[in-house]
Design a binder for this molecule. Structure first.
Ligand code: NI
Length: 257
């Protein structure tokens, strides 16, 4: 069964048909889903989803876009939600310099990122990283933490080149591969997928975002993951079934499931 490591089913894009969609996951070949919290508002919604659906797990954390909203009370709330037995990771956390250009914003994001990496270490949980146009600073922080002792992690929607991939793979981390790998112009990511060992790749959609071809631009769902598995299989010269089973194995090992 497909293991979806990164989706946002608490997003309002699913308000009209969430229940029907999630009920059809199993018949669509999706065995497990990690719903990844991104916003302060999403904390309770992610908790509710993992309570309600046996196959949904939770990643608890705040996306860099919401860094200005992260108070000590929010960090305490993250800690308390992580005690739930189905909370399997801290995420998504990291740096986004694409939408936020000011130096002051970068410093704030770095502090909030570090505070959540501290929590991942305290709780002995893996982390899920969002990093956009912040390659150097993300690598510096992740390296520092991994050297000090962490419990693994995923670079979600990996968007950097081969040299940067090598750095993360050498740290024993996983790369999250989604719909972008099916895009015609995704030369850089295809090179990364070719280079990375299958033992360090996991499948993800980032639903409702980043739908693969042939649905590019539409609302995404985990049921599109076979297109991602096929694209990876083509690049690596193996079968989609092998991609699906190995990436499931990788995700379960990392998340302790
Ligand atoms: Ni995401």
């Amino acid at each position: 069964m497909i293991f979806e490591t990164h989706a946002h089913y608490d997003d309002e894009a699913f308000d009209s048909d969430r229940e029907a969609l999630l009920s059809s996951m199993e018949s669509g070949g999706i065995g497990a889903i990690v719903n990844v919290c991104a916003s302060v508002d999403g904390l309770d919604r992610t908790a509710a989803l993992m309570e309600k659906y046996p196959f949904i797990y939770g990643a608890i954390g705040i996306h860099p876009d919401d860094a200005p909203l992260v108070t000590d009370a929010v960090l305490d709330k993250i800690r308390s939600l992580l005690t739930h037995e189905k909370a399997v990771a801290v995420g998504e956390i990291g740096l986004d310099y694409y939408w936020h250009k000011e130096e002051e914003e970068h410093l704030l994001q770095q502090n909030v990122f570090r505070a959540q990496m501290d929590i991942a270490r305290e709780e002995k949980l893996p982390f899920m990283i969002h990093s956009r146009e912040a390659a150097r600073d993300t690598l510096a922080i992740v390296k520092e933490y991994v050297q000090g002792g962490m419990y693994g992690g995923i670079l979600h929607c990996f968007s950097y080149g081969r040299e940067m991939a090598e750095e993360y793979l050498n740290m024993g981390l996983y790369l999250g591969i989604g719909g972008v790998v099916t895009f015609k112009n995704a030369r850089k990511l295809k090179e990364v997928v070719e280079y990375a060992p299958l033992s360090q790749l996991v499948l993800e959609t980032d639903s409702p975002y980043l739908a693969p071809e042939p649905y590019r631009g539409k609302r995404n769902s985990s049921q599109n993951l076979p297109y991602v598995a096929e694209a990876i299989a083509r690049i690596k010269g193996i079968t989609p079934e092998e991609v699906i089973s190995r990436t499931e194995e990788n995700a379960r090992k990392l998340l302790g499931l």
